[in-house]
Design a protein around this ligand. Structure first.
Ligand code: MN
Length: 334
């Protein structure tokens, strides 16, 4: 049997941490007027290293064995910051996707997307490339010939809910997204809703995805939906949340039940906030496919290998990626 990333619907055990040590996290739980000032807790899980097709090293913050999903977010890669000259630092040859949206968000540099629908779009800082795979799409992602010699960014995936995951594929580029300035820094809202603002990017379930940039000795409060689960990862710097220092290289899972996050810094820092209602559907991730059953994955793999369903990325110069063997251990290439 192939091993698959599987999320059970049973509650994940979640240990609250309190910066004040002697405060019982549960002591105020029955009094909504006076919620626990330390919030529902922070569980930090180290990201793992992975290498993309083409050789680019990334830090993978989702999925982790301790945590498969945060809302509909099911995959999170952080790459860079990198400086390069005279080489194509990112070159991920054509590969298929199914059952998900890819959300590409850059802090520095450029990535050129090409897909089997014929779209080509350059991702740049401040703009969003959003690919809705639905039933099937193929794409490549590469450093364009004309580039700044820098690369730093995120690629995230959203699992599509049951009613949307077989939809026709589409691609959208959003050159500008809402910028919030709640004090202490700036927030780019690339997906979903936050603090009364809404991203124009098309999502298929309630969601939030935002970049939070903070100055030195800054503090910022952001309202959250307490029915949603959230996570932060720190891109650079150090963020204090509930008095606890959060560093890069980890997924900081915040659980549900928070109506606000209060972040503080001593040095300039940047973080990504992701969240949404707990997804509530079992999800299987194998390679670049998000599915519900091993049969679906096996069929998708076979269709890619036989040049069916996913289409060809005609604008890409070079060979496409071969699917790994289905009996291999779980992996996801991005
Ligand atoms: Mn991809």
């Amino acid at each position: 049997m192939p091993q698959l990333h599987e999320r059970s619907n049973t509650a994940t055990s979640f240990t609250g941490t309190s910066s004040m040590g002697d405060t019982e996290p549960s002591s105020n739980k029955n009094n909504p007027e006076n919620p626990d000032p330390n919030g529902p807790g922070i569980a930090s899980y180290p990201a793992r290293s992975a290498v993309l097709g083409g050789g680019l090293s990334v830090q993978r913050a989702l999925p982790l064995w301790q945590r498969r999903l945060v809302g509909a977010w099911c995959f999170a890669d952080h790459f860079g910051p990198l400086n390069f000259r005279d080489r194509k630092i990112m070159d991920v040859a054509p590969h298929p996707h199914m059952g998900l949206q890819t959300v590409s968000w850059l802090f520095e540099g450029e990535v050129l997307h090409k897909d089997s629908l014929g779209f080509e779009a350059l991702a740049r800082p401040g703009g969003l490339n959003l690919m809705t795979a639905g039933r099937a799409i193929a794409h490549s992602e590469e450093t364009p010939e004309r580039n700044s010699g820098k690369l730093h960014g995120l690629q995230l995936w959203l699992a599509l809910p049951e009613g949307e995951r077989h939809r026709q594929p589409s691609f959208d580029h959003y050159p500008e997204l809402p910028v919030l300035e709640p004090g202490g820094g700036r927030v780019h809202l690339f997906m979903g809703e936050l603090a009364g603002q809404r991203s124009p990017a098309r999502a298929f379930s309630p969601i939030v995805g935002a970049e939070i940039a903070l100055g030195s000795n800054a503090s910022m409060n952001l309202p959250l939906n307490p029915a949603w689960e959230h996570a932060l990862f720190i891109i650079d710097g150090l963020v204090l949340l509930d008095g606890q220092p959060l560093s890069p290289g980890a997924l900081h899972y915040l659980g549900t039940g928070r109506s606000v996050i209060e972040m503080r810094t001593t040095i300039p820092s940047r973080a990504a906030l992701i969240g949404g209602p707990p997804f509530g559907e079992p999800v299987l991730i194998w390679w670049n496919f998000v599915a519900r059953s091993a049969d679906e994955i096996q069929m998708a793999r076979e269709d890619w290998e036989q040049h069916r369903r996913f289409g060809e990325v005609r604008a890409y110069k070079g060979e496409r990626l071969k699917a790994p063997s289905f009996s291999a251990r779980p992996l996801a290439s991005g």
